[in-house]
Design a binder for this molecule. Structure first.
Ligand code: SAM
Length: 278
């Protein structure tokens, strides 16, 4: 199949293998090279980069990444794609495919050097994958992911907004989050029922707040969004084993209202509260 474009080659191979996409694995493929090239332009991936791709599928984006990056490792869960990926990536010496669950694999060990993540994510793993990219301590420089538009909006939500949630707080603690493009269902095969968005998370070298004890701050964020209808004082006493009185005092000494709800707090306020709980 030399000389045939990667998009067409993927279609021919999927047909030849009589491949049926698995909805449960979030298999909505992007086979349009023009669209993928535009997304990769937005990502800024270049010849110095080592790139981790989650879920290469039929490998069209993997081919395009291989032409741009120094090295590409693609982690795919579905073994049925092995013969297709083998043919698609023949001759691409800088690509390695690892068959594993990206949520369980040690991605830092697989990469072995600082890396960037690029993926048309299976949507069912979005929140877990983002938390893993951000909180694992892997040397990740940036994350460029296709997600459901609704998930993108959640990660972009600001304190006080209805969608402000743990995922948004974590994303914005670790990274500058930007929506780069909206992508309609028609771009995918098969088409999902929702709009999608290509999101950038540029990991900070200097985070926007610097809690004295990061682990405590992260626990506090989880507690803050744990039970939305309860006050933060209640969540604090449940999660940190504080008496109601001690929880209220911690809030007051951080300059917060004793009846405040966690989901109303900014990152700065969570940081102040964490530092006041020494
Ligand atoms: N990158 C391809 C494309 O754009 O056409 C495929 C994207 S498709 C939305 C998601 C891919 O992730 C599928 O190939 C699916 O099999 C794979 N996948 C699903 N769950 C996974 C997991 N836990 N770890 C790694 N890959 C997974």
């Amino acid at each position: 199949m030399d000389g045939i474009s990667p998009g067409l080659r993927a279609r021919l191979l999927l047909n030849r293998q009589d491949f049926h996409t698995a909805h449960a694995l979030g298999q909505n493929f992007l086979l349009d090279e023009a669209l993928l090239s535009g997304l990769l332009d937005l990502s800024g991936v270049g010849p110095e980069d080592a790139v981790l791709e989650i879920g290469p599928g039929a490998g069209v984006m993997t081919c395009l990444l291989a032409d741009r990056a120094r090295r590409v490792v693609a982690v795919e869960l579905d073994r049925r794609l092995e013969p297709i990926l083998r043919e698609m990536l023949e001759g691409k010496e800088n690509v390695r495919v690892v068959f594993a669950d990206a949520l369980k694999a040690d991605l830092g060990e697989i990469m072995g050097e600082p890396f960037r993540v690029v993926a048309n994510l299976p949507y069912y793993i979005t929140a877990d994958a983002v938390r893993k990219f951000l909180g694992s301590g892997y040397p990740i420089r940036s994350v460029h992911i296709m997600v459901q538009k609704e998930a993108a909006e959640r990660m972009l939500a600001r304190p006080g907004e209805k969608q402000w949630c743990l995922l948004a707080a974590l994303a914005q603690y670790y990274a500058r989050v930007r929506l780069l493009a909206e992508v309609p269902p028609e771009a995918f095969e098969p088409q999902p029922h929702v709009m999608s968005a290509f999101l950038e998370l540029e990991l900070y070298e200097q985070r926007p707040v610097r809690p004295r004890e990061e682990q405590k701050f992260l626990r506090l964020l989880s507690a803050g969004f744990a039970m939305r209808r309860k006050t933060l004082a209640n969540n604090l006493s449940a999660s940190f084993g504080l008496s109601k009185e001690a929880a209220r005092e911690a809030l007051l000494s951080a300059g917060l209202d004793a009846r405040v709800r966690g989901e109303a707090l900014t990152l700065e306020e969570f940081c102040r509260l964490s530092d006041s709980m020494d």
